[in-house]
Design a protein around this ligand. Structure first.
Ligand code: ZN
Length: 69
């Protein structure tokens, strides 16, 4: 993953201004408050409400959870 901790700390959800957490597989950033998931494209976080998804009601099938143990 290429998103640094420093970058994560300055990023915030554009909706509720809460912090976001990088998914374990590095595929997105999840808001801790509203649970929106912002995609990461080419290692660039896309912090746009229009691009965000919510994990609860829509999990795309090509994003199978990675089994890292
Ligand atoms: Zn939020």
């Amino acid at each position: 993953m290429a998103i640094s901790q420093d970058l994560l700390e300055i990023l915030a959800c554009p909706v509720c201004k809460a912090k976001v957490e990088l998914k374990p597989d590095g595929s997105g950033l999840k808001c801790v408050e509203c649970k929106r998931l912002y995609p990461v494209r080419d290692d660039i976080p896309v912090m746009l409400v229009d691009e965000a998804t919510t994990e609860d009601d829509n999990v795309s099938e090509d994003e199978q959870p990675a089994r890292n143990s």
